[in-house]
Ligand binder design. Sequence first.
Ligand code: AKG
Length: 266
Amino acid sequence: MLRVGILQLDVQVGDRKANFSRVNELLSRAFVPSKLPTAIVLPELWDTGYALEKAQALASDEGNETATFLGDLAKKYNTWFIGGSTLAKTSAGIKNRAQVIDPRGELIAYYDKVHRFPLMDEDKYLAPGDRDCIFNWEGFESGCVICYDLRFCEWIRCYALKGVKALFISAEWPAARAKHWDILLKARAIENQMYVISCNRCGATGKDTFDGGSLVVDPGGEVLLDAGNLEGLWFVDIDISKVDQARSTVPVFKDRVPHLYKVLGP
Ligand SMILES: O=C(O)CCC(=O)C(=O)O
């Protein structure tokens, strides 16, 4: 069993210091040795929120400021931080970057959001990522994506075809489309027969409201954890062997007919 912690946060927009201190507070309150999780997941842009018009000022070089903060926490609590994105200044522009940090505090992988969300002007302010993010988490192929990426079943399928068994999704998915979030998380878990481990923002900024609703869904589509709409750190135990069980019970991957799936044109 692997224990996962979902840190559902009400993000303070443009205020990295406030978000850092809130995360510190929630972690120190929740931690007792018997509850130690193997990984903690944070929301998308958890450290600065969506203040993209100020992205240039808020981004840190390669996202290092936030990676250093999480690295120290990873060592302190002997846990992974997986997902939870930050604005990263790179030579190709500013990216919405999810970070994967191991218990030694090392940044071992990162993911730059591939599908930019036009309703939040990401295409105007951010440069897109151009690759997936697959890494070994405690002996298991795992991956991460960010928010809007969830709508692209073909992208998530690529992760499954590369052997991913646990997919981490960080998001700031608004309440207005909470139903889509809920259904798509379950669908991606069922169709790919993998764990989907998600962390969404809660709370509100002006008129924008976020319902949280972070779910951990098993490969059969069962919801193991629903964090509701409140801020907090929630724990759940997952058994990765259920992925192989699901894939052998209904052999979807064996029964694919890929030569019929080829699309003509872009
Ligand atoms: O797809 C959606 O409805 C929400 C996506 C989103 O909020 C994001 O990618 O930041």
